[in-house]
Structures are given as structure tokens and as C-alpha cells.
Ligand binder design. Structure first.
Ligand SMILES: [Zn+2]
Length: 388
């Protein structure tokens, strides 16, 4: 591990060919812009300076401390009850690395691998916290959050291979940044050890080294909760053609609880949501759908108010109202009475790539994980990558 110290942080080399990433270590940004971070290590832990790879301090088991920015870099303040409350200066960047296979608790949440703490870019006195972890430990920490560990094994395996493929693609394309993925909804949601499950951990090991590939490259994968009958073409969402991210007719999610939905809003509620986002067009008179994709997802709509009109994309409207309030852009709007709008829609999420509820139903119907992935990403296949 020590021999990798400098290289993993500063020359994070990954191969673009069909081989494993050079180090198989993912950089997950757990927190950004923090004034202080609380650390608890259950076992002996090294703190080292990533610019020299030299140990600065070794903390005993159950050491508890906080790290804050200081004028000279970072400062460690011991907070263990019996620790005497000593403190000392650290450089601008520090890595906390358990000596065994232990975990590090960051603000009360437990993580495998090591924890990289640095001053946020831009010279502000705030901290960024990055978890450096193996690809498979990262994937383990996404299962319980993204899907239920009680779902059929083949569906969990499909998720695992998709999650592994997703992060590998990010590692290839974000090597110049100081992290590969976020831990929240901007990437895949990752909870560290709290996101793991013993049964699904076994499935991660069983599929070790397996990625979804298209021709000679690791694929770019996306997934969502429920497609509502058709997945969306990448061209219709981002204006980019990805040959294996296209419209797939999905008959499998029809019985899922997220297949169809209906939501009613008063015009006042919509006016309020727009106002919170800096859009003031007065009393809402109506909403009109201007443009839809081939799968009936709203691409552009117009909101008419007493004080003007506002056009926006279906996705912007979802963001303003709340992604769980308007579950997808596959909706229609009806205004039976003047002050109420009824939204009727299908699906949950952006609709791109793998439909999780559909994949679950496919697994129940006897499809294996390779068939599930191939169905949602036509033209791809699951391949075991090695460093040979
Ligand atoms: Zn579906």
C-alpha cells in the first residue's frame, strides 16, 4: 500500500484499453466545503503527507479527533474523552490510513480504504474529504442504497456490474480532477460500510473483474428506478449519440409501484416553487407542453402566468418542483378547474439505460444478469477484464 501512496493521488493512471485500471482505486468525494471533520478510527492508523508519502503521526486504536483548516495548513485536535485534548499542525493535505483492514469513521459514517483530507481548491479555509477505496469496496457501498438487497440475485449482479462499469468510466474520464465520483445523487449514491449487505457483498466477489463493454471499450452506463415502458435515447436527453443507449421497449416494469403516478397541485404551489427558484411570473394561468421525445417525455414546456411566460425543459421543471415530486418527465397536464393542475405520468427517474424495476422483474422471470444488461444496453456484453 505504501508504495502506491504518491502515485495513487498524483498520477492516477488508468488504461483506456480493455484492461483493468492500473490501481483499481476510486476517489470518492464524500464531503466538500466543510469547516471541520470528525474522525474516529477503531484501530491503529497512520496519518501521512501525500506529497512525501511520509508518516506524520500514528494514532492508537479508538483515537477520536477533528481536523480543521488553519493558517499553516490543517490542524488536528484530539477529542477522545481521555485524550487530554492535545492538538498539532498538519500539512495542507493529509491521508488517514488504517494499518489493517479497518475502517475510518468520518462524521459518524464508516468507510473502508483511506481518507484524504485537503483544503478545498481556491484558497478558502474549507475542507474536502475524499475516500480512496478499491473499486469493489466502492460497489459494495452502493447496493443497499440504490436497490434492496432482498431483490433477486441476478438483478443485484446486474446492478453490481453496472455500478462497477459506471465508476471505471468515471475514473477514465476524470483523471485530471482530484476525485472520480461524488458520494451523492450526482453520481451513484455511496454510503460506505452502511451501504453494504453480506449477501450482496458475496455477489460483488462472484462477479469480480466483470465490466460491461461495447466493442473495444468499457461502456458508459446509466440507470434509473422505473422507465414507464420505454427507456430514453441518449440523443433525446443530452444530444449525444451513444449506440447502446437507445429507446428500449420495456414490458417488465408495468406492475411496479413506480410505473404510473398522478399528482395534483394548486396553481399557488407551482407559483411558490418557481418563486423559490427566482422565477416570478405572477399567478399561474396554465402549463402547456411544447415538445416531447419519441417516448413521450416532455422536452420543453411553457408556464403562462399573469405577469408573463416562462419556457423551460421538462428536466428543469422536475428540478424546480423536486425530483421526487414530479417523478419523471413522461407526463401530461390537465387543468379541469382554474386553480388546480393534474399531472399524470409514468416511470421514475431520467429513463436512461437500465430500468431497475424492469431488471428486477426480468430476474424473477429467469433472465440472468448478462441477459438483463444486454437487454437494456443493446450491443454490449459482460466481459471479465484482467491485467494479463
Ligand atoms: Zn422499465
Amino acid at each position: 500500500m505504501k508504495s502506491h501512496r504518491i502515485s495513487l493521488l498524483f498520477t492516477f493512471l488508468v488504461s483506456f484499453s480493455l484492461s483493468c485500471p492500473a490501481y483499481e482505486l476510486v476517489r470518492v468525494r464524500l464531503l466538500t466545503g466543510q469547516q471541520s471533520v470528525n474522525i474516529l478510527c477503531a484501530e491503529t492508523t497512520s496519518l501521512y503527507d501525500p506529497s512525501t508519502a511520509q508518516d506524520i503521526a500514528v494514532t492508537p486504536s479508538f483515537a477520536e479527533y477533528s481536523i480543521t483548516p488553519s493558517d499553516q495548513g490543517l490542524r488536528l485536535i484530539q477529542t477522545s474523552i481521555d485524550g487530554g485534548g492535545f492538538s498539532f499542525n498538519l500539512p495542507y493535505e493529509v491521508v488517514i490510513e488504517p494499518r489493517g483492514n479497518g475502517t475510518v469513521s468520518v462524521n459518524g459514517r464508516e468507510y473502508r480504504g483511506s481518507i484524504f483530507i485537503k483544503l478545498k481548491n481556491g484558497g478558502v479555509q474549507l475542507l474536502d474529504v475524499i475516500n480512496i477505496i478499491s473499486i469493489d469496496d466502492y460497489v459494495r457501498g452502493t447496493v443497499k442504497v440504490e436497490i434492496s438487497p432482498d431483490w433477486p440475485e441476478e438483478m443485484i449482479k446486474a446492478h453490481v456490474v453496472a455500478a462497477r462499469t459506471y465508476v471505471f468510466y468515471q475514473m477514465q474520464n476524470r483523471a485530471e480532477l482530484d476525485f472520480d465520483v461524488e458520494s451523492g445523487i450526482m453520481s451513484q449514491v455511496y454510503w460506505g460500510v452502511n451501504g453494504e449487505d453480506s449477501a450482496s457483498n458475496r455477489l460483488v466477489s462472484e462477479t469480480a473483474g466483470e465490466y460491461l463493454v461495447y466493442r473495444d471499450a468499457v461502456a458508459q452506463v446509466f440507470y434509473h428506478s422505473c422507465c414507464g415502458g420505454y427507456t430514453e435515447d441518449s440523443m433525446d436527453v443530452w444530444g449525444i449519440s451513444i449506440p447502446y443507449i437507445t429507446n428500449v421497449r420495456c414490458p417488465f416494469c408495468r406492475n411496479s409501484p413506480r410505473y404510473s403516478w398522478e399528482k395534483k397541485f394548486s396553481t399557488g404551489q407551482i407559483q411558490e416553487a418557481l418563486k423559490k427558484n427566482g422565477i416570478d411570473i405572477g399567478k399561474i394561468l396554465g402549463i402547456y407542453l411544447l415538445k416531447k421525445s419519441r417516448t413521450e417525455r416532455v422536452q420543453e414546456l411553457s408556464i403562462k402566468g399573469a405577469g408573463g411566460e416562462k419556457k423551460m425543459s421538462g428536466d428543469s421543471f422536475r428540478r424546480i418542483m423536486g425530483y421526487s415530486v414530479i417523478p419523471s418527465t413522461m407526463f401530461t397536464v390537465e387543468q379541469k378547474v382554474r386553480d388546480e393542475l393534474i399531472f399524470r405520468g409514468r416511470g421514475y427517474g431520467h429513463g436512461v439505460g437500465l430500468c431497475q424495476w424492469g431488471a428486477k422483474e426480468m430476474a424473477v422471470n429467469g433472465y440472468d444478469y448478462k441477459e438483463i444488461l444486454k437487454f437494456y444496453f443493446p450491443g454490449t456484453k459482460v466481459k471479465k477484464l484482467t491485467n494479463d
